[in-house]
Design a protein around this ligand. Structure first.
Ligand code: SAH
Length: 351
């Protein structure tokens, strides 16, 4: 089946690209600035909202461009205040966006792909199959979708939704530079975190971008055999090389790397596992973020007990590793990556 020709999302265009559009249509350059303001800063998603732009230019642009690359299909919320949206894209695909509140700030979790190619054993995004990568506009558009739905601007951005950010490097980087743009939302680079399953070339490229973006690396095991079973990417980019790339990232950017470690009962949660992890990370300036497994139907695993989780945490801390525990926020809104899309897609006979 041929993909339908999709309209270009205005949210993914640089000021210079908007200016080229204006000039090509015989409009003065300041029209491009007005369009940028509407789309990026005020979060307009409908042409009618942009009252100061000439109607003729808007209707001509509407043939090829859209201010609404993503529309809410479904919203869920849990008692802890975590909200999750299933957003529909122009070609009928859908992605998930999550807003996680903390005491004094909020964090939005963005998707970078429809599905994922990495195939981690416990991750619902992979189970839902891979359709395609998102454009920069579809990534930035999730931020504006949340602004429109909540009336507030999230403080922090994490690229931890569906997909592997470094499997869509160029569009992800463009989306970061747009969110970070001083004339736009102006989200500080240090408020933006990219999480990778361990795509070494992506880590090395990011180190050279001159951006102080935070890097998270999903580790989940420091034993080659076990990590291979949990994360097929270990076959391509093995642990020792991955850790070397992380060390170089810190040397180049002066930013600590955060290692994500999903705790799975009886698989990677023993005292020995914690000791091994501490041993591997001792030479690093880094943090470990423990995530108790969020159960997914396709993976026969469970989170450890509360006591076991705390023991794991204490073993690391006692060995000098800086460690935090991510409470399973959003469990009851299916906030583990890809669960909402998966549910939405399950009843479809074509699956
Ligand atoms: N592909 C990127 C970013 C998306 S996943 C990456 O792998 O880092 C964000 C984090 O959630 C990763 O650490 C991932 O391993 C973890 N995760 C995925 N499914 C999970 C589940 N069912 N329970 C707990 N953590 C999970």
């Amino acid at each position: 089946m041929l993909a339908r020709q999709m309209k270009t999302a205005l949210q993914g265009l640089w000021p210079e690209e908007l200016q080229a559009l204006a000039l090509a249509a015989g409009q003065p350059a300041f029209r491009a600035k007005q369009l940028w303001q509407w789309v990026q800063v005020r979060g307009a998603t409908r042409w009618e909202q942009m009252g100061n732009l000439p109607a003729a230019w808007k209707s001509a642009l509407a043939a090829t461009h859209t201010p609404e690359p993503i529309r809410i299909i479904k919203e869920t919320a849990d008692a802890g205040g975590t909200r999750k949206w299933l957003g529909g894209l122009d070609d009928g695909e859908c992605v998930e966006t999550v807003l996680i509140p903390a005491r004094d700030w909020t964090t939005v979790c963005l998707s970078t792909q429809v599905g994922c190619r990495m195939g981690c054993a416990f991750c619902a995004s992979a189970k839902g199959g891979f359709a395609r990568s998102l454009s920069a506009g579809e990534i930035v558009g999730q931020f504006q979708l949340v602004m429109a739905a909540t009336g507030r601007r999230p403080d922090n951005v994490v690229y931890m939704g569906m997909g592997e950010p470094f499997d869509n490097y160029d569009e992800v980087l463009k989306s970061i530079r747009i969110l970070n743009h001083p004339d736009g939302l102006n989200i500080g680079a240090r408020r933006i975190t990219i999480s990778t399953s361990g795509v070494i070339p992506g880590i090395r490229r990011l180190a050279g971008e001159g951006l102080q973006v935070e890097l998270s690396v999903s580790l989940h095991a420091v034993n080659h055999e076990l990590r291979r079973q949990l994360m097929p990417i270990e076959n391509k980019y093995p642990l020792t090389e991955l850790l070397a790339a992380c060390r170089d990232y810190t040397a180049a950017t002066k930013r600590f790397v955060t290692f994500e470690y999903t705790l799975i009962r009886g698989v990677n949660d023993s005292a020995r596992d914690a000791e091994e992890l501490a041993k591997h990370l001792r030479p690093f300036s880094c943090r470990v973020n423990l995530i108790p497994l969020s159960p997914v139907p396709e993976f026969a695993g469970e989170a450890p007990t509360r006591v076991a989780i705390e023991q794991f945490q204490q073993t690391l801390a006692a060995r000098g590793v800086s460690v935090t525990l991510r409470e399973s926020k959003g469990k009851d809104v299916n906030a583990a990556c890809g669960q909402l899309r998966r549910q939405h897609r399950l009843p479809q006979p074509s699956d």
